[in-house]
Unconditional design. Structure first.
Length: 625
């Protein structure tokens, strides 16, 4: 590490801490001020903050690896999360959620199921889910940032007492960064999170442009084309993946065969199936949900969600593709000669390229940008999870009457507790990939059924929600335990087969159990009170099976109209997914110098943008605040 690079990183860290702590005085007015910024932050700042929060370093390392191995088709791996849920939020869900005018996703549930026993059961289970998922993500960040910094930074800093090793160097680095980020996040709440994330977004964009520019200038077309094949740059596929690499790099073809995605058609089908239901279910109760609730109006919630899509993908994939292009030329020959090549090697591409193949100055800015990516995502989760602990559990059930100062102190304690649990879980995680698959395919799989039904079916009640969520969480946790212990099962046994099955293919099982819990919980208990349903439906106006409720409201008020926008919303979502995908592919094709495909992708981006201007933006402008 050159002194220039170290200085850039040090300046960035100090500047972030200064901004986060300086603005923290605004968060002392109460819980709404602390967790939602007083609902007074402009939508474009929230959009930049939201985009910055999704630009995490562990995810970036994973995306570098899959783009390197699978080529342009790798953009469809994003559907595992699924990333196109942001399109569904943009088109209609942000409006539905913001109309509730409450503080957390758990509190929002009470507007759907009421404040009786059933409503409180559903309220509690979603609060538990929010905390569990936040802890899982913190473990994911702990695993990723430690691995990343150990390879990048020149110092080995294990913590030892005598002959006893307490912390490895990876764990020590992770603990330092997590401590610094937790410090300003706890101090300033949403104000500090948004202010620092806007700063961090700017640094990440500069880093992405510099790395993409460096790769474009220093790597020639001939060098790239000597490595990648036509199949590597092709987004179209058959049921089974074709050969992506030439015979010289056959080790990568064998790695693709061993990854579990060879039957690509089935994988994409499963990702789309899960993605559709997960997207309509709405955002999980975390930082994304909090950004929507933090906007100043219903209209601005929609604007913020659309802006998040616009600002995130192009700069992120300029950075990712710049790293991959360098890796293809300088690392691919060495990696393909490795007889024990595995998916874990792909996670090391990002830090290896930065460490050895990026010049002084750019390296410092890039490292600052990736640290910014980590800190912004981490701080967003540290801010969101305590809202559920304090507002939805502690305040509601244990101490309903207390001062704002007391609740903010309770939030500080809750934040430290969530971080501590996440770090403990991170010590036992096998890899970034295992945590990615558990969170995206298993844990969120357990969330989908109950949260899909809550929007579209009037008869679905609080007990159905509770048992549907609980069934999904239990099966998801069982899947994670099997995955973590797969080496101890006898080959050929059912447990061995289940533990070695890719998590995305377990989604139907998790979804099925959750759906069964939802239906049994609903039909074995009485419906939600009619007045609660009428209030919810009149306020939110979702489409779906609400005829009995609509009929009653229509009889009371002849001017009341139901939501008839289902087909328009679905059309906009389909166009939006293409629009979003074009923003991922455009930087990829530009940096690998495939200019015909770059032009086609640009045309697709422009056309879909124009269509959405008329079908979504103009419609959104007419939404009353």
């Amino acid at each position: 590490m050159d002194v220039i690079d170290i200085s850039i990183i040090a300046i960035y860290v100090l500047l972030t801490l200064f901004v986060g702590i300086w603005i923290s005085k605004k968060a002392s007015k109460g819980l709404e001020s602390y967790f939602l910024g007083g609902k007074d932050i402009k939508w474009y700042y929230l959009g930049l903050s939201n985009g910055s929060g999704m630009f995490d370093v562990s995810g970036t390392a994973w995306m570098v690896g899959i783009l390197f191995l699978y080529g342009a088709k790798s953009f469809m791996f994003m559907w595992l999360w699924p990333v196109f849920n942001q399109i569904f939020i943009m088109m209609f869900l942000a409006v539905w959620i913001r109309r509730s005018n409450i503080m957390t996703g758990s509190e929002w549930i009470l507007t759907r199921f009421g404040d009786g026993r059933a409503g409180r059961a559903s309220h509690s289970i979603i609060a538990v889910f929010a905390v569990v998922s936040a802890v899982g993500f913190i473990a994911y960040f702990f695993e990723g940032v430690g691995k990343f910094l150990t390879i990048i930074l020149p110092w080995d800093i294990p913590l030892e007492i005598g002959d006893m090793l307490l912390l490895t160097s990876e764990q020590s680095y992770a603990m330092i960064i997590i401590f610094l980020t937790t410090l300003y996040t706890i101090k300033g709440g949403m104000f500090s999170v948004v202010a620092t994330e806007v700063l961090q977004y700017g640094i990440m964009v500069i880093a992405g442009l510099l790395v993409a520019g460096y790769a474009f200038v220093t790597i020639t077309d001939v060098e790239i084309n000597n490595i990648i094949s036509e199949e590597w740059s092709n987004i179209f596929f058959k049921n089974e993946l074709g050969v992506h690499w030439s015979e010289k790099f056959d080790a990568f073809n064998r790695l693709i065969d061993s990854e579990g995605y060879k039957m690509f058609g089935a994988f994409i089908g499963m990702s789309l199936l899960k993605g559709f239901f997960a997207s309509i279910a709405g955002p999980v109760p975390s930082y994304d949900f909090q950004r929507i609730l933090s906007t100043r109006s219903v209209k601005e919630a929609a604007y913020m969600s659309g802006f998040t899509n616009l600002v995130l993908y192009i700069p992120r994939y300029l950075l990712i593709t710049g790293i991959v292009v360098i890796a293809l030329v300088v690392l691919a020959p060495e990696m393909s000669a490795n007889p024990t090549l595995s998916g874990g090697d792909l996670e090391l591409i990002l830090p290896k390229v930065i460490n050895h193949h990026v010049p002084v100055g750019i390296k410092g800015l890039l490292l600052a940008g990736l640290l910014a990516a980590f800190m912004s995502t981490f701080s967003a989760f540290v801010n969101s999870a305590p809202a559920y602990i304090v507002n939805d559990i502690y305040k509601k059930y244990f101490k309903p009457e207390a001062s704002s100062k007391h609740y903010i102190k309770a939030s500080h304690i809750a934040s430290f507790a969530v971080v501590a649990l996440g770090v403990c879980m991170g010590f036992f995680a096998e890899s970034i990939n295992s945590l990615t698959l558990w969170i995206s395919s298993a844990l969120f799989g357990g969330y989908v059924a109950a949260n899909f039904l809550k929007w579209i079916w009037w008869r679905f009640n609080g007990w159905g929600y509770f048992w549907g969520m609980l069934a999904g969480l239990l099966i998801a946790t069982l899947q994670f335990i099997l995955d973590q212990n797969k080496g101890s099962f006898e080959e050929g046994s059912l447990l061995f087969d289940l533990s070695h099955l890719s998590a995305i293919y377990l989604f139907p099982i998790i979804f099925g159990f959750s759906l069964l819990g939802s239906y049994l919980g609903t039909y074995l208990t009485k419906p939600t009170e009619i007045e609660v349903l009428k209030s919810f439906y009149k306020n939110v106006k979702p489409w779906g099976w609400w005829k009995p409720i609509y009929t009653q409201l229509k009889n009371e008020d002849a001017s009341f109209e139901k939501n008839n926008d289902f087909w328009l919303d679905m059309m906009n979502c389909a166009i939006g997914i293409v629009w979003q995908s074009s923003m991922i592919l455009l930087p990829i094709y530009l940096i690998i110098r495939d200019y015909p495909k770059t032009l086609v992708t640009l045309v697709v981006f422009v056309i879909t943008s124009i269509i959405l201007k008329f079908t979504w933006l103009d419609k959104t402008k007419k939404i009353p605040n």
